[in-house]
Write a protein that binds this ligand. Structure first.
Ligand code: MGD
Ligand code: MGD
Ligand code: SF4
Ligand code: MO
Length: 760
C-alpha cells in the first residue's frame, strides 16, 4: 500500500514537472523551491506534502493507470485570505454544489500552482464534520462547551436586546469588538462590520498584535515604510533573512531566494533559530534573542572604520552621519560578540559582505520585533541599507518589512462609514485584552467592558497572557458573541455563537501584504448549513438594532466594487472585469524611494532623528536588553533562565487548521526544541513530556533535544495551538507576556523567560 502510494506520488511528481514546464516556467520553479525548505526532521514530510499538492492540478492529464481519473467540475477563482504573506491564488472545482478539488493557481508568479502543507487540506476544512452550521446559545457554564441550536431570528434578537440593555446601563463604549486576521479580506475583515460599531459608538480596538513596533520604527528612518517587491529576491546579489522564517511563513518566496543563490548571489540568515533557509545559507548567524541592535551597531562601526560606506549617497540623501559614527564607535566587536553570542569572525564576515555587495536586500521579519525592545532593534537595522546606499538604488535593492502601507487604508475607508461615529471613543489595545476584561487597565476601570463581539480571531489561542483572557471571558456579567467557522476555545465562552461562512462561500478582495498583487475572491459554493458571511451577519444585526443607514444594505459584491473605485486601484485601470478575469492583477508600484524623497522632518534619511529623541529613545540607535533577560531582570532570570520563543510553524496558520485531524497527525503533539546542554542539566531526554513554567502559568510540551536548531539558553516552540486540543488544556499563550513593546504598543510575545522540568 505505502509503496504504491509513494510510486504514485513519484510518478505524479515527474508528470507534474513535465506539464508544469509546459504551462509555466515559474510554476516548475515553485516545485523545486518548495522542496527542502523545511527544517531538519520536518523536511521529509514537507517534501511528500508539497509533491502531493503540486500534482493535484495535473492528474487529469496523465494516462497512467496508477493515477485514478479525477472528476471535473466548474472552476472558480479564490484567494487564500489567511494572515500569510503569500496570499495564494486558488482554483476550485465544483460539481453538484460541492467542491471536489482545490489547487493553487499556476498562472500567478508568486504562488505558482502549489498551496502549502496545511492548506492542502482546505477541502477537509470546508467540509469538516465540526463546521458550525447553525446559531447556538450557551446552555452550560462559560467554557464548558454546552450549546443548543437556535434560529437566526432568536440569535439576532437576543444579541440586539442585550446590546441595547448594556448600552442603556453602561454606555456604548462598554461594547468592544475583538477581531484580527482569521480572514484578511478587505470586505470581510475591514468592511461594514466597522460601520456597525461606529454607529453604536462602541470602543475602538487598537490593532495590531503583529507588526506594530516595526511599523512605528521604520518611519523614523525613512518617513514611510516602502519595501521592495519580493519577486526581486531572485535578482539581487545578497539576500539577508533577518528574524524571518520564510520556509514556514512565506513558502512561495523560497524559490526566489534559491534563484538568488543559483544566480551567484549570497544568502545570510540572522536568527536565534536554524530556519529552513539557514540550511542552504552561505552564512548562518545564530544570534542571542533580543540583541540584534548590538550586532547592527558593531557592523556599522566596522563598515565606517573600513570606509565601506557610500559616502556620496550619505552626503546627498541622509542626515546625522557623524552622530551615527560616534554612536556606533561605542560598539566594539568584542562587546558585540559577548552580548550577542556571535563570534567576532562571524560579525566581521557579515560586515564585510554587507559593506561590499550591491545590490542587496534585507528581509526584516516580524518575529524579532515582538519583543520589549522590538522597535529599537528594527530602527537599528533600518540604518544599514542607507549606509551603503541601497535605498532607492533599484528594484532589487533595499529592504522589505510589510508592504501594506502602500495601499490598504485607501481601499476600505468607504466601507466603514466613520462619519457614523458621533463622539470620540476610548481605544483598547488588543494586546491587553486580558487586562481590559479584568479591570487591569486604567481605561476600563470606570466603564468595564459589558459586551464583547469576536470575529476573525480566536483570542483564547492567540492572545498573550491566556490565563487572564480566560478569567475575563469567564465573567458572568460579560455578554459575549463569537462569529466563527468552528467552535473554538473562545467560542466555548460565548453566550451566542454565530456560524460564519468560509471564503469559498462569499466574495471578497485581497491584497498581498508583501507582494504587489491585488486579488479577487469569488464564491465557489453556497454557504454551508445556515452559515453566513461576516458582512451578511452584521447587516442583519444592524437591521435588528433598527439601523436604517444605506451602508447596511450594501452587499459584499457592492463592497468589492466600492473598493475597486478607490483612487489607487481605479487609476491603474483595474476594473471588476479585469480582476475577475484572472483573479489577480499586479499593481503598478514604483521602485521604492526611487525619487529619493523621504517623508521625514528633514526630507532625508535620518541616521539622527529628533523625533525619536522626543519619543524618549536614543536619537540614533542603542542596545536595550529585553525586559525578561539576564541583563533586563536579574531576579527573574535567576528563577527562569530560559528565553522562550514561540513563532510560526509551517503546519498551522496562527490557530487555524489545528482542528483538522490530518494536520494534527502531521504535527504530532506540540513540542519544544531544547538545547542538549539545557536538557542534560535538567535530566531531560528527547521525547520527555515537560512542564514549561513561569509566573503566568505552566503548559505541557514534548522535548525535542537538539544541538543546532537552538543554542543553549533559548527554547523554541510555535504558536498557536488550541488549548482544548492539547494535553493539560492550556497552550502556548497561557504563559506569554502581555507587556507592550517599546514602540507603537506592539506585542512582546518573545520577551518571555521560563524554566522547564520533566512533567509532574
Ligand atoms: N505565542 C505567540 N502567539 C501569537 C503570535 C506569536 O508570534 N507568538 N503571533 C500573533 C500574530 S502575529 C497574529 S497575526 C495573531 C493571529 O491570530 P488571529 O488573528 O486570531 O488569527 P487566526 O488564528 O488565523 O484566526 C482566528 C479565527 O478566525 C476564524 N475565521 C477564519 N475565517 C473567518 C471568517 O471568514 N469569518 C469569521 N467570523 N471567522 C473566520 C478562524 O476559524 C479562527 O478561529 O496571533 C498572534 N499570536
Ligand atoms: N505557516 C505559517 N505561516 C504564517 C503564520 C503561521 O502561523 N504559520 N503566521 C503569519 C503571521 S500572522 C505573521 S505575522 C507572519 C510572521 O512571519 P515571520 O516574521 O517570518 O515569522 P515569525 O514566526 O513571527 O518569526 C520569525 C523569526 O523571528 C525569529 N526571532 C525571534 N526573536 C528574534 C530576535 O530577537 N532576533 C532575531 N534575529 N530573530 C528573532 C524567530 O526565531 C523566527 O524564526 O507569518 C505569517 N505566516
Ligand atoms: S496559508 Fe499562505 S501559503 Fe498556504 S495557501 Fe494560504 S496564502 Fe498560500
Ligand atoms: Mo501576524
Amino acid at each position: 500500500m505505502i509503496i504504491d502510494r509513494i510510486k504514485t506520488l513519484l510518478t505524479a511528481k515527474l508528470i507534474s514537472r513535465r506539464s508544469f514546464l509546459k504551462t509555466s516556467v515559474a510554476s516548475s520553479i515553485t516545485l523545486l523551491g518548495l522542496t527542502g525548505c523545511g527544517s531538519e526532521e520536518e523536511t521529509v514530510v514537507a517534501v511528500k506534502e508539497e509533491v502531493s499538492s503540486a500534482t493535484e492540478p495535473v492528474i487529469e492529464e496523465t494516462p497512467l493507470e496508477t493515477v485514478a481519473p479525477r472528476e471535473k467540475g466548474e472552476v472558480s477563482r479564490q484567494t487564500c485570505p489567511r494572515n500569510c504573506h503569500d496570499t495564494c491564488s486558488i482554483l476550485s472545482e465544483v460539481k453538484d454544489g460541492r467542491i471536489i478539488n482545490i489547487t493553487g493557481d499556476p498562472t500567478n508568479p508568486i504562488t505558482a500552482g502549489g498551496l502549502c502543507v496545511k492548506m492542502n487540506h482546505y477541502k477537509s476544512w470546508v467540509y469538516h464534520a465540526d463546521r458550525l452550521l447553525y446559531p447556538m446559545k450557551r446552555v452550560g457554564a462559560k467554557g464548558e462547551g454546552k450549546f443548543e441550536q437556535i434560529s437566526w431570528d432568536e440569535a439576532l434578537e437576543t444579541i440586539a436586546t442585550k446590546i441595547k440593555e448594556n448600552v442603556d446601563k453602561f454606555g456604548p463604549e462598554s461594547v468592544l469588538k475583538y477581531y484580527y486576521s482569521g480572514n484578511l479580506g478587505f470586505v470581510q475583515n475591514y468592511g461594514m462590520m466597522h460601520a456597525f460599531f461606529n454607529k453604536l459608538g462602541a470602543s475602538e480596538l487598537a490593532t495590531n498584535i503583529c507588526t506594530l513596533a516595526g511599523d512605528k520604527a521604520i518611519p523614523f528612518t525613512y518617513g514611510k515604510d516602502k519595501g521592495i517587491d519580493p519577486e526581486e529576491y531572485a535578482n539581487t546579489n545578497l539576500y539577508v533573512s533577518w528574524g524571518a522564517n520564510e520556509a514556514a511563513t512565506n513558502v512561495h518566496t523560497v524559490k526566489f531566494i534559491k534563484q538568488c543563490k543559483e544566480n551567484g548571489g549570497k544568502v545570510v540568515v540572522i536568527n536565534p533559530v536554524r530556519t529552513g533557509i539557514a540550511n542552504f545559507a552561505d552564512q548562518f548567524i545564530q544570534i542571542k534573542p533580543g540583541t540584534d541592535a548590538v550586532f547592527v551597531l558593531a557592523v556599522i562601526n566596522y563598515i565606517i572604520e573600513n570606509n565601506l560606506q557610500d559616502q556620496a549617497y550619505i552626503d546627498a540623501y541622509t542626515i546625522g552621519f557623524e552622530e551615527l559614527k560616534a554612536t556606533a564607535s561605542e560598539y566594539t566587536m568584542e562587546k558585540a560578540s559577548q552580548i550577542t553570542g556571535v563570534s567576532v569572525e562571524q560579525i566581521e564576515e557579515f560586515a564585510k559582505l554587507y559593506g561590499t555587495t550591491k545590490p542587496s536586500i534585507l528581509r526584516i521579519g516580524y518575529g524579532m520585533q515582538r519583543n520589549s525592545n522590538g522597535g529599537t532593534m528594527v530602527r537599528a537595522i533600518t540604518l544599514l541599507p542607507a549606509l551603503i546606499g541601497a535605498i532607492g538604488a533599484g528594484a532589487n535593492s533595499g529592504y522589505i518589512y510589510i508592504n501594506i502601507s502602500y495601499w490598504a487604508p485607501d481601499y476600505v475607508g468607504g466601507l466603514q462609514a466613520k462619519e457614523l461615529l458621533q463622539n470620540p471613543v476610548r481605544s483598547i489595545n488588543m494586546n491587553e485584552l486580558g487586562k481590559a476584561l479584568t479591570g487591569g487597565l486604567e481605561t476600563t476601570k470606570e466603564t468595564p467592558i459589558s459586551t464583547l463581539v469576536v470575529f476573525n480571531s480566536n483570542p483564547m489561542a492567540i492572545t498573550q497572557h491566556g490565563k487572564l483572557v480566560r478569567e475575563g471571558l469567564s465573567r458572568e456579567d460579560l455578554f459575549t458573541v463569537v462569529l466563527d467557522i468552528f467552535r473554538t476555545d473562545t467560542a466555548d465562552y460565548a453566550d451566542i455563537i454565530l456560524p460564519a461562512a468560509t471564503f469559498f462561500e462569499y466574495e471578497d478582495l485581497n491584497q498581498d501584504y508583501l507582494g504587489y498583487y491585488l486579488r479577487h475572491n469569488a464564491p465557489a459554493i453556497e454557504p454551508l448549513g445556515e452559515s453566513k458571511s461576516n458582512i451578511d451577519i452584521f447587516n442583519a444585526l444592524a437591521k435588528k438594532m433598527g439601523y436604517t443607514e444605506p451602508i447596511f444594505d450594501k452587499t459584499e459584491h457592492d463592497a468589492v466594487k466600492i473598493c475597486l473605485e478607490t483612487e489607487i486601484i481605479a487609476t491603474q485601470g483595474i476594473t471588476y472585469d479585469t480582476i475577475t478575469k484572472q483573479g489577480w492583477v499586479k499593481l503598478n508600484i514604483d521602485v521604492p524611494f526611487a525619487d529619493k524623497k523621504f517623508e521625514t522632518p528633514s526630507g532625508k534619511i535620518e541616521f539622527y532623528s529628533e523625533k525619536l529623541k522626543e519619543a524618549g529613545f536614543h536619537p540614533v540607535a542603542e542596545y536595550v536588553p529585553t525586559a525578561e533577560s539576564e541583563e533586563g531582570d536579574k531576579e527573574l532570570f535567576a528563577k527562569y533562565p530560559l528565553t522562550f520563543i514561540t513563532s510560526s510553524t509551517k503546519n498551522l496558520l496562527n490557530s487555524q487548521m489545528h482542528n483538522v485531524p490530518q494536520v494534527r497527525e502531521l504535527m504530532g503533539e506540540p513540542y519544544v526544541f531544547i538545547h542538549i546542554d539545557d536538557a542534560t542539566e535538567r535530566g531531560i531526554v528527547d521525547g520527555d513530556s515537560l512542564d514549561v513554567t513561569n509566573d503566568r502559568g505552566t503548559i505541557k510540551l514534548i522535548a525535542k533535544v537538539t544541538s543546532s536548531i537552538t543554542k543553549k539558553g533559548t527554547l523554541i516552540s510555535y504558536k498557536s495551538t488550541w488549548p482544548k486540543l492539547v494535553e493539560g488544556g492550556k497552550s502556548i499563550n497561557e504563559i506569554t507576556s502581555d507587556r507592550l513593546a517599546d514602540m507603537g504598543g506592539g506585542s512582546a510575545y518573545h520577551t518571555n523567560l521560563v524554566e522547564v522540568s520533566k512533567a509532574k
